[in-house]
Structures are given as C-alpha cells and as structure tokens.
Write a protein that binds this ligand. Structure first.
Ligand code: FES
Length: 680
C-alpha cells in the first residue's frame, strides 16, 4: 500500500495519492480535475488558485494538518503583493503536496466553469469556447540549428500545451517576430479550434502574459433589430448588451419585401448585404466602447438569424427563399473568417460561426431557440414561441419536435406602430387602464415608478417619454379591451361610446390617447386603429402557427408555453391571454424566457459541444411550412378576435371580466367607412 499523501479535490471528489513535492496543479491534471492555467505553471497568470482545507474530514477519511502543503513561496508573495490573493488562497502551480490534503477548486479557477443563466428554469452554460489563451516560452533562434520563429512557437505549444497541428494567417506571421522579441520569447497566444477542425489556428499573439481578456459577440440578427451580447470568453459573463435597428428596413419592412427588393432591383441583395454588415461593424465598435475594451480582443462571433437575414449576411442572393420550394443555399452551420464577411472592426483574424438553418422559412434563430429551451428534452409537451418580426415556434417533447416560422410582422417589436419604438429608455413598457375612469397609468424603461406615483417626472427627466415598445403595445391593447375601449372585433369606440375624451377621432376611426406632451414640443402617444390592426395580424399569425404545429402533432392542448423574444422577459401572460396570442394552457404553465435566440447564440459562443449538439438536433426537427399549408389561413382568420373567439383561455374569466361592447354600429367606424368608399 502506498504511503504517498492522499489528495482530495472538491467539488469534483476526485482523489489520488501523490509523492511529496508534487505541485497541486500537476496532481489536478493527472486526476483530470478542472483547474485552469494560462501560464502553464509559471506562477504569473493566477488562474490556478485553490483553497486548501485543514482539520478532520471524516467524509473523505482524512485529517489535514497545517503543513499539508509546502510553505507560501516567493512567487506567491510576489503575486500577492502585486495583485492580491484572497485570504486562504494558494497558487496551485506553486504549492506542493506534503501530506494528506483536501483542496477546493473555486468556480473562477475551473476551466469549464458553469455560467448560471438568470431565468430560473434555464440551464447553465459550461465554458468551453473555441478560442483559448495559452502562455508559452519559446526557444530563442540559434544559428546552428536554423528553424523559423513560427516553428519554434509551434513546438512550444506542442510541448507545453499538447496542441499538435497549428496554422497561422499571413497577417499573424507578420506580427510574430516583433512580438516574440518584445516579449523576450515569452508570449500569450489565442488559439482557435472549432468543433470540426483538425488543425488549430493562432488568431492573436501578445508579448508576455496577456491579461486584458478575450471576448466574443453573440448576435441575434433580426429583420427589425440587431441585438449583440459582448461575452467574456474566459468567464462567460456578458459585459455589455447593445442593439440597433436593422438598416435593411429601408429596403422593406418584412422579409418578403426584402426578397422582392432583391428580385426587382439588380444588385439589391448586395446593397442589403452592405447595409447590414456596416451596421454590425458599427455595433461592434459601440459595444466594445461601452464595455471599455479594445475591439481587437473580440475573436469570435456567433450569429443567429432567419434564413433571409442569413443569406443577406453571407452575401447570398435570397431570391430562392421567396418561392416554393424555398431552397436554402446551405442549411448547414457556417464557419468562416469575419474578414470574409467584411466585419472589419473586430480582431482581423476573428472567427464567425452561424448556427444551422432548419428549413427555408425556419432559420438559425429557431435553431438557437431549440438550443436554449431544449423542447426535445422536455417530458411534457411544450410550445416555445420566440416573437420577432417572424415568430419562431417549436412544439415538442422527448418523442418529437416540430418547428415553423410565422410572419407576425414587426408590430410586436414596436415597429409599424404609430407611437412604436424599440425597447430602450423612455419607451412605455407597462400600462394599466382604469376600467372605471378609463385613465391610463404607465411605466417607462429606465424607471421603476408608475406615471401616477410621486417623483415620476423627476425620475424620467433624462429619458423622457418617447414611445411604446413591444411589450407596452401588447399591454395597451389588452388593457383597452379590459377597460371596454375596444370591442371583440378590435374596433376602438368613440368618446361617446366609451365615455372618455381620451378616445379621439382620427379620420374615420378613433385613437386612444395615452400621453400628450405636444404643448411642450414633446410626443403625443396614442394607440390608433391601425395599431390595433397590426397587433391583430401579428397575434393571429402567431396563434395560427402554433395551432398548425398542434394539428400536426394531433393535439388540442399543450402542457406548457414558453414565451420568448425581444420582449419575452417582460411580457405579461395575462395580457397575452386577453389578446389571444397563444393557445390554451394552464395559467401557471405560461412562462417567459427572455431572448431565447440570443441565449442560444451565447451558448454556442461559450461551448463548442453545443454546436455539435444543435447541428444534430436540427436534423431531427420536423419542419412545418406555414406558407403552403391551407389550414394556416383558416386558423389565422379564426384568431382575429380579441380574445380568440373559439379558443379563449378558460382561466381568463377567473382573472378578468371582459366587457362586451360593440362599436360596429355607428356610421363612423373603419368598416362602414370602407363600405362607403367601396360604394362611391
Ligand atoms: S498556472 Fe499560472 S499562476 Fe499557476
């Protein structure tokens, strides 16, 4: 039996006997314990921090004495003086085993640390990015055994980090020689190795130990908005999130109008490609500025997007996506250099990964939702809807997953709404209307106070009240219905019919006035009849898509509903039900998941195994094509009423009493106006 000391690592529970004098880092490596190191045990990166525990550990069957590890050494002292080590911490590469010991590896010292996502139901992300940092000491050149600097760097990576095959672009090679000499032959390299690569690639090199971090962008490229999350590739933390409107809107509000633009205008696809790439370049600069980092430290970018955005981003003509059979140029995932896509504001050798598309109308954004929400791992039947300009809809459980995309239009994102805007400070995001007085109260992004609370005006002094965002418009329409300002068909009543002067005539129809600052030169925020129609179209498309998947699954009910999307984190399930946006499900089984597509992008950015996983999952998903399915239209028409006429939530009656006015009798409503126009 060995007399070598026993080393027990927590939380992994891995244990083994090691000779006296073995560095803790070496013991960890031999046992396969997840202990980080960038400098390879040279005592300069501090990634290998551990906490020894002393005393009796009956659970592990050991007693740990005070001298179980070697004494605090000069390297640790130097590090502590310079940067400070937390009390009780040691450097795993410096402390050696002297006796039985229990060693805790804190989360920040784990290579594959778990990043806990905010939503309670969400899974954690295990850090395993495609690009990592390695510190190496490279042999100096010698006239008697002539080899290139790159070859000696390659050898150092092989010997010190077991990285076998390596390549480097010409642009990297031109930096190599000065950096090696500046670092006195000690350098840090960023090495990228994708999940399908056999050869790794050096993407960046810094003299000495690089300590300014490494970053990636997870980008959800939507038809209306582009949202980016700047993510630390070592910790998985999101350092900044930023978004902007997709400039392609000027070529067409929705996907099909952009495809038509490409069809009708020679070179139109290239114009749209250029516009979106420029926007991503601007977003890269602004998000790096916001986080206070050098944009050159962004070495990876993951995109999720619908098929038309996918093609336009890649510079592929989307015309085939405008007509059956909706053939994609490629449905596989795409890995390429950022420079090939003219993304010039991140690291010049940054790598891009685009998730696979599911079908001609069901894109990489839907794949990202599947990766984030994992319907295929759910025991109960779950309906996941990710609402954007198109709604990505997934229905499934462990036996089968179906997917479709439904053209909701940009109304849910605040576009095509008269006072609509992106979810940004100043936008109304919550609204309530008193059913008796018909007076509104609201909250804007950037303030916790309601508009009728004391201090509201001071609170919003910097942002102002600028418009209504997607979640705000959903609440506004639902609240108008609850307050009797809107009938079941979606018509807004007149002041006389509703009893409030806030219902003002606008042409042949009416609008509801929420906020009027026009006297002070501010905005006049209303919900118009056109806004209601846009929301009705959007919610009917969403409902019809979900219903179509249920038909294909042969079910009339789902066990739970997950609402995701740009406004998913804030959407009120009560208001979604009043609107009739989603099929019937128990009220406590309707939850919000935030931006699931963006989260899927972040998972693929932080974990390369997730890329393999989603590529496999996508092959197994059954696609349902809404555009050619006649029943889609039937469901769409049936879903127009507020709430849904034939499928209202039974629970709805328990939480809210809906009045049943009908404003379709007077001579001044929209439809009778239309009738008059037709007659004349
Ligand atoms: S491994 Fe870098 S300081 Fe220990």
């Amino acid at each position: 039996m060995t007399t070598d000391p026993l080393v027990v690592f927590t939380p992994s529970g891995k244990r083994g006997h090691f000779p006296v004098g073995t560095p803790v880092l070496t013991a960890a490596r031999q046992l396969g314990v997840d202990l980080d190191s960038v400098c390879g045990g040279r005592g300069i990166c501090s990634k290998c921090q551990i906490t020894p525990s002393y005393g009796e550990f009956p659970k592990h069957g050991v007693t740990v004495s005070e001298d179980a590890l070697s004494d605090w050494n000069a390297v640790e002292q130097r590090y502590d003086d310079k940067r400070g080590l937390k009390p009780g911490r040691r450097l795993g590469c410096q402390a050696t085993v002297q006796g039985n010991v229990v060693i805790d590896v804190p989360p920040e010292s784990q290579v594959h640390r778990q990043v806990v996502r905010k939503a309670a139901t969400a899974r954690a992300i295990t850090m395993d990015p495609a690009t990592r940092l390695y510190f190496v000491v490279v042999e100096e050149p010698d006239m008697h055994s002539p080899t290139g600097d790159l070859e000696r760097l390659e050898r150092a990576l092989r010997e010190q980090w077991n990285i076998d095959a390596i390549t480097a672009d010409l642009s990297l090679m031109s930096k190599l020689q000065p950096v090696l000499r500046k670092g006195k032959w000690e350098v840090t390299v960023a090495v990228h190795k994708g999940h399908k690569d056999t050869v790794a690639r050096i993407t960046e090199i810094w003299p000495g130990l690089h300590e300014s971090g490494l970053y990636g962008l997870a980008i959800d490229l939507g038809s209306t908005t582009i949202a980016a999350h700047l993510t630390d590739l070592e910790t998985g933390e999101v350092n900044a999130s930023s978004g902007l409107m997709n400039p392609q809107i000027r070529f067409g509000e929705d996907l099909m109008s952009r495809v038509s633009y490409a069809m009708m205008n020679p070179g139109g696809d290239q114009e749209m490609t250029k516009a979106v790439r420029e926007a991503i370049n601007d977003l890269t600069t602004s998000i790096a500025d916001e986080a206070g980092i050098d944009a050159d430290l962004i070495v990876e970018t993951v995109f999720v997007c619908n098929p038309v955005m996918h093609h336009l981003l890649l510079g592929l003509d989307p015309v085939e996506l405008g007509q059956a059979p909706f053939a994609l140029a490629t449905s596989e995932s795409v890995s390429l250099r950022a420079r090939e896509m003219e993304l010039t504001r991140m690291n010049p050798r940054a790598q891009v990964y685009i998730l696979p598309c599911i079908a001609g109308h069901v894109g990489a954004d839907c794949a990202a939702v599947a990766l984030s929400e994992e319907p295929g791992k759910s025991e109960d039947l779950v309906l996941v809807v990710d609402v954007g300009t198109n709604a990505e809809i997934l229905l499934g459980n462990t036996s089968r997953v179906l997917a479709c995309s439904s053209p909701t239009g940009p109304a849910f994102e605040g576009a095509q709404i008269s006072s609509g805007q992106r979810a940004a400070p100043g936008a109304i995001e919550r609204i309530g209307i008193d059913p008796v007085t018909k007076e509104p109260r609201f909250r804007v992004i950037g303030s916790e106070l309601w508009s009728d609370e004391e201090g509201f005006d001071q609170h919003i002094a910097t942002t102002g009240i600028t418009g209504i965002c997607g979640s705000g418009i959903i609440e506004a329409v639902a609240e108008m219905r609850i307050a009797g300002l809107l009938d079941e068909s979606g018509l807004i009543g007149s002041a006389k019919q509703t009893g409030t002067p806030r219902c003002v005539p606008e042409g042949r129809t009416h609008s509801y006035l929420i906020h009027d600052a026009s006297a002070e030169g501010g905005p006049r925020i209303t919900v118009t009849q056109g806004d209601i129609r846009a929301i009705q179209l959007a919610k009917s498309a969403l409902y019809a898509g979900a219903r179509l998947l249920m038909d294909n699954m042969n079910v009339d009910k789902v066990d739970r509903v997950v609402l995701a999307g740009a406004f998913g984190a804030h959407i009120s399930t009560k208001h979604a039900m009043v609107l009739g946006m989603i099929p019937d499900a128990p009220l406590d089984k309707v939850s919000s998941a935030g931006n699931a597509a963006g989260t899927g992008a972040r998972i693929a950015l932080c974990n390369i195994a997730a890329r393999t996983e989603i590529e496999q999952v996508v092959r197994e998903i059954t696609k349902v094509e809404t555009a050619i399915e006649p029943k889609f239209q039937d469901h769409f028409v049936a879903a127009n009423a507020i709430p849904h006429k034939t499928d209202p939530f039974p629970e709805l009656a328990q939480i809210v009493t809906l009045p049943s006015p009908s404003f379709n009798t007077g001579g001044d409503d929209e439809r009778s106006g239309r009738r008059r126009r037709r007659r004349s």
